[in-house]
Design a protein around this ligand. Structure first.
Ligand code: OAD
Length: 247
């Protein structure tokens, strides 16, 4: 049996587009990271094996850039929703701008820049904030530290938990992602038919089934949407029976 939808639950699936206006580049837009770097070289286990120093330098730069960036109006508006809703943010982003904006329930499916981890099975994690990882810097178990990032070919984290959240949400907001990287992109399929489903991006090749497309910048559209949802919540509290009287 399917789990019940929770009227007061909003799940957000975010991608790099939400942080673009904070100065963090996306991956596939014009001048995106994957136009300037080879993902095979910097975001794959084979790249790490071949040239760990190149991989470390790439993520050391990303980490510094993310630490210097500030949350924008979209991150802040999503955090504000928590005053009225249960909000779960599932993000493909490796920055911590959702957390720094005040969101309290953030799931990072592709890892986090501000953590390092060992390379043994134990995968011990360490919070490093903006500090660089150097070649020769070891984990307690003696293995080289690496960025706590999910590279191509590695297992995405918290997938089932994320799917369960989406499947019980009354509102699903997808923002700033091209939905080209799987399995994270497949999460949208867990959204229920009855849920309100919106996708915000500058462009979208193939809109997932049942989603309404709102084209534009996250920093203007997301606050607008959130204000509407906060007003809706307030009206529901003021007139709890209004749905019953609707014809
Ligand atoms: P992409 O670069 O593939 O897509 C960025 C999306 O953001 C596009 O749909 C843009 O239209 C949209 N966008 C850009 N600027 C925006 C703005 N100001 N407001 C709203 N939308 C905007 O990035 P992702 O979908 O995040 O994985 O990429 C997914 C994964 O691919 C990443 O997590 C990363 C990458 O390889 C790993 O590194 C494992």
């Amino acid at each position: 049996m399917k789990a019940e939808i929770q009227t007061n639950k909003i799940v957000v699936l975010s991608g790099s587009g939400i942080s673009a206006e904070s100065g963090i580049p996306t991956f596939r837009d014009a001048n995106g990271l994957w136009h300037n770097y080879s993902w095979e070289a910097v975001a794959s286990p084979s790249g790490w094996q071949a040239h760990p120093e190149v991989v470390l330098e790439f993520y050391n730069e990303r980490r510094l850039q993310a630490a210097e960036a500030q949350p924008n109006a979209a991150h802040l508006a999503l955090a504000e929703l928590e005053s009225a809703y249960e909000v779960v943010v599932i993000t493909q982003n490796v920055d911590d701008l959702h957390e720094r904006a005040g969101s309290s329930n953030v799931i990072h499916v592709h890892g986090q820049l501000n953590h390092a981890r060992g390379t043994s099975e134990a995968r011990r994690r360490y919070r490093i904030d903006a500090a660089p990882i150097q070649l020769g810097q070891l984990c307690e178990d003696g293995t080289q530290l690496r960025p706590d990032i999910v590279w191509f070919g590695e297992d995405v984290e918290y997938l089932e938990e994320s799917r369960r959240h989406i499947a019980t949400a009354a509102k699903v907001l997808v923002v700033g992602t091209s939905l080209t990287v799987f399995p994270a992109a497949s999460l949208v399929r867990a959204a229920r038919g009855r849920a309100e489903k919106i996708l915000v991006a500058l462009a979208m090749d193939k809109l997932p089934y049942g989603f309404r497309f709102m084209r534009g910048k996250a920093s203007s559209i997301v606050p607008f949407l959130c204000q509407g949802w906060l007003a809706e919540h307030q009206n529901r509290n003021l007139y709890p029976d209004s749905d019953k009287h609707a014809s």
